[in-house]
Design a protein around this ligand. Structure first.
Ligand SMILES: Nc1nc2c(ncn2[C@@H]2O[C@H](COP(=O)(O)OP(=O)(O)OP(=O)(O)O)[C@@H](O)[C@H]2O)c(=O)[nH]1
Ligand SMILES: [Mg+2]
Length: 337
């Protein structure tokens, strides 16, 4: 199951208490203070991991606590430090602290593989009594306790990291396109809202060149206010560097389709409107061969007023125009980096 949101509670480990202890040696009636310090508590650490694709793990297990430090002991022995607890999260996870008044403070945005971030530091160990001996008090009978870090409420939000985001009405052929360009196998069917969760696929350009494409559920008018499935998935294309608008060449009004899609993105997040985009007409194999060129030219002309860029026409099923599209997308992504 793809989970892109979780609320959890975390707590760093407490520091161990400092020890009160006095040296005992043969023939020395009064040994000096030798209580050691407590060990530090473990940290709560977040690590970016590209093998983790969802926040599923944080849906069921909700409380994560690092180990406490052990108390100090005699002979100036420092207690063992508590072990850190490691939370592995998908790349693209944003972590917020939820305050008591429900306001949010962003703590981190995990984008790098193996990136390690301490989000809650373990408590310091207390000082043993050996630290407190002074000329006037050579036998202090006190030590300090370890620090107890408070628990924190966190919110985790995953925004997938892809280079190209596929945007189109339901049934436009988005999942089919991803399935022919990558090893991803999203569900494909002849009805609307087949795709219920985002899928990422790696599109190979050559042996050494590739990019990541994200397939999300179909967008309909009003998606930005929650119609259809749109809203909750639009955030996954917020970070893509480019947008691919996929429009069925047989749509009644392809230009209107494009305008609707684009305005939904804009209304959700006006920044998305600033990303470079590519308009792709899908399912050209459904147009009889004798009329195909003409129809493609006709529709492309309608878009000429909107963009100077080339309009692509493809068939995922008939393997038409795919190579040129992949090459174009790759170049476009390179130019945005
Ligand atoms: N003839 C033809 N049919 C296609 C092509 N691409 C997709 N289809 C068909 O169109 C239907 C919808 O395809 P999907 O890939 O599931 O469409 P989608 O855009 O992912 O749809 P949602 O997930 O519902 O938003 C399926 O029956 C596909 O077989 C194509 O290039 N040619
Ligand atoms: Mg789909």
């Amino acid at each position: 199951m793809f989970i892109d949101y979780a609320k959890i509670k975390i707590q760093a480990g407490s520091g161990g208490d400092g020890a009160v202890s006095f040296r005992r040696e043969k023939f020395v009636p009064k040994g000096g203070p030798d209580g050691g310090d407590g060990g530090h508590g473990g940290n709560v650490v977040v690590v970016g991991d590209s093998n983790v694709n969802t926040l599923l793990e944080y849906r069921y297990h909700k409380f994560f606590k690092a180990e406490n430090g052990k108390p100090g002991a005699g002979a100036r022995k420092t207690g063992t430090s508590g072990k850190d607890i490691i939370l592995r999260v998908p790349l693209g996870t944003e972590i917020f602290q939820i305050n008591e008044d429900e306001s949010r403070v962003k703590l981190v945005d995990v984008t790098e593989e193996n990136e390690e971030i301490i989000i809650a530091k373990g408590g310091r160990g207390g000082k043993g009594n050996s630290n407190f001996a002074t000329p006037t008090n050579q036998a202090p009978r006190y030590a300090t306790p370890g620090k107890h870090p408070e628990a924190m409420q966190l919110e985790m939000v995953l925004k997938l990291m892809a280079d190209v985001g596929l945007v189109g009405f339901p049934n436009a052929g988005k999942s089919t396109l991803l399935s022919v360009l990558s090893a991803a196998r999203p569900k494909i069917a002849d009805y609307e809202f087949t795709t219920l969760e985002p899928t990422l696929g790696v599109v190979r350009v050559s042996d050494y060149q590739s990019f990541v494409m994200a397939d999300i559920p179909g967008i309909i008018e009003g998606a930005h206010i929650g119609k259809g499935l749109g809203l909750q998935f639009l955030r996954h294309i917020q970070r893509t560097s480019t947008i691919l608008y996929l429009i069925d060449i047989s749509s009644e009004d392809p230009l209107e389709a494009f305008r609707t899609l684009r305005s939904e993105l804009y209304l959700y997040d006006s920044f998305m409107d600033k990303k470079p985009f590519t308009i792709v007409l899908s399912k050209v194999d459904t147009i009889p061969e004798t009329e195909r060129e003409e129809r493609i030219a006709e529709v492309s002309k309608i878009f000429a007023g909107i963009t100077q860029e080339k309009i692509f026409a493809i068939s995922s099923v008939g393997n038409m125009g795919l190579e040129a599209l992949v090459y174009h997308l790759y170049k476009l992504i390179q130019s945005t980096r």
